[in-house]
Design a protein around this ligand. Structure first.
Ligand code: DCP
Ligand code: MG
Length: 355
């Protein structure tokens, strides 16, 4: 792979939910606000404005604690439909610059712009243009990182946050990595950072000196990755189509199904629904082939069990047999039935013979 030649942009919206709320109600601008659960209950902070961050408030903190840190904190409920709508428009802007867009969450995506001729092929100008388009269309700010791979682009987008961007050219990678604290590596949280500190490692320059084997001994599979990242290497492609690994339907009943025959009757109805969905899916993804079938049951006491079998045949009888297996484990009233299939991994194609 020509990794040193790739041009990757990582875009991440600034204090996303909070910024959307401020846009909807400009009187909140500059004030400490948090979006999330109720401070009286067990709610947590989903995110907060930068004014609130100055009080030490951050995502995943309990709202009660946030209120203690900043008694004037304005707390707003989460409005997912609104954030989803904004997200869809932002993602559409990204797709004007390249078809290779990998959304990571509502407010974050990787773009591979290696083959894009927008802005005369300058990834730096593209990142600027994207941020300007977002601002003009949504009155929201975003930060961007431009680099030869996903890891560096992600680190770079955080560098001048909020409303900033950073470019790491292939030539700059070496020097940039040597000075990077290990805590800036995505995936290195407090626990790993503390473990590394115990080994006397604070920067990626120091991490580079540690033999791969030592890292593997301490961090298992993550050791190899740490070794690669310490040198600024990351081969992961930007994946624009997430591969669907399974397809299922399920239903929670208004009243529990007391017996196996009652469950079988519901299964029949769900099965027909499933076939419709599967047909639509296979129309769009004709290369997908079924690897296994499964049934999920949730009993009245909320215990959940699944039964599955390998095979490509998906007759009602196949699911019916699985239902019987699953039901016999508890023999209680059932509140939910689900059924579905998993698809074979793409690198091991199995010839589908479905209908
Ligand atoms: N989010 C959440 N719970 C978390 C973290 C995030 O619900 N523990 C939501 C709220 C955020 C959104 O996801 O607005 C995006 O997450 P980010 O980590 O990108 O955080 P922000 O966009 O809020 O802030 P930043 O400016 O640091 O990117
Ligand atoms: Mg963000």
């Amino acid at each position: 792979m020509q990794n040193s030649r790739r041009k990757i942009i990582h875009i991440d919206m600034d204090s996303f939910y909070a910024s959307v709320e401020v846009r909807e109600n400009p009187a909140l601008a500059g004030k400490p606000i948090a979006v999330g659960g109720n401070p009286q209950g067990r709610g947590v902070v989903a995110t907060c404005s930068y004014a609130a961050r100055r009080f030490g408030i951050h995502s995943a903190m309990s709202m009660a604690r946030a209120k203690q840190l900043c008694p004037d904190l304005i707390v707003l409920p989460v409005n997912m439909p609104l954030y989803r709508a904004v997200s869809a428009r932002i993602m559409a802007i990204f797709r004007e610059f390249t078809t290779c867009v990998e959304p990571v969450s509502l407010d974050e995506a990787f773009l591979d712009v290696t083959h894009s001729d927008a802005c005369k092929g300058s990834a730096t100008r593209m990142a600027e243009a994207i941020r300007q388009r977002i601002f003009d269309g949504e009155q929201l700010t975003a930060s961007a990182g431009v680099a030869p791979n996903k890891f560096l682009a992600k680190v770079a987008s955080d560098w001048h946050k909020p409303n900033g961007q950073k470019v790491i050219t292939p030539k700059q990678v070496g020097a940039f990595m040597r000075s990077l604290p290990v805590s800036k590596i995505p995936g290195v949280g407090r626990v790993t950072a503390a473990k590394l500190a115990k080994l006397g490692i604070q920067t990626c320059a120091q991490l580079q000196q540690v033999p791969l084997l030592t890292l593997q001994q301490h961090f298992g599979a993550f050791g190899q990755r740490l070794h690669e990242l310490s040198h600024g290497r990351d081969d992961r492609p930007v994946v624009s189509h997430r591969i669907r690994k399974s397809l299922s339907v399920e239903d929670t009943f208004p009243t529990d199904m007391a017996s196996l025959p009652a469950c079988q009757e519901q299964l029949h109805r769900l099965y027909l629904e499933f076939l419709k969905r599967l047909q639509t899916h296979l129309h769009k993804h004709p290369r997908d082939s079924i690897h296994s079938r499964h049934i999920k049951l949730r009993f009245a006491d909320f215990k959940t069990t699944t039964a599955q079998s390998r095979g490509q045949h998906i007759g009602l009888a196949d699911f019916s047999a699985l239902l019987q297996t699953a039901w016999s484990r508890s023999q209680r009233p059932v509140r939910l039935i689900g059924l579905g299939v998993r698809f074979a991994p793409r690198n091991k194609p199995e010839q589908p013979r479905l209908f």
